[in-house]
Design a protein around this ligand. Sequence first.
Ligand code: ADP
Length: 161
Amino acid sequence: MKVIYPGSFDPVTNGHLDIITRCSEKFDTVIISVLNNNKKTCVFTVEERMELIKASTKHLPNVEIDSFSGLLTDYAKEKNSSIIIRGLRAVSDYEYEMQMALVNRKLFPALETVFMVSSNKVSFLSSSIVKEIASFGGEISCFVPKEVESALREKFKGGPR
Ligand code: ADP
């Protein structure tokens, strides 16, 4: 069974990795798909985000890294997959995720969105909070893989952007 885990991953955190690791144990192939969205201002380019995911998941053989733009439903059809993975951290994620799952099912009835509940050790983590801390030179080594830590240090070496 091939599943797609889509997201911004700007950058990938230990929270994403928790979901990716658990998915890789349960499914045959996990395609991590970085959303190329011009409307969202990201700190890392799509290529940089893909490279960081690649470096952080190199120990997981059944993980593929890709990017997409446009509708997730079109992308899922193109990839021949009908399972989307999303992570749920807290009740605050629920409303938006529910809306997306229902809209996507309307557009592609065979599509199932599977929610994975994050481990409570990382449920407070988001890419935004990590970027905020990094922008002020704070300690982020326990929140992100080491490749991401150095990339964030490099991005913010001149202070907040
Ligand atoms: P998006 O802009 O699509 O929400 P993100 O990179 O922020 O992209 O998140 C991608 C997916 O990963 C979402 O389903 C999100 O809920 C999930 N996620 C992000 N951080 C965590 C975390 N700490 N624990 C579990 N899931 C997470």
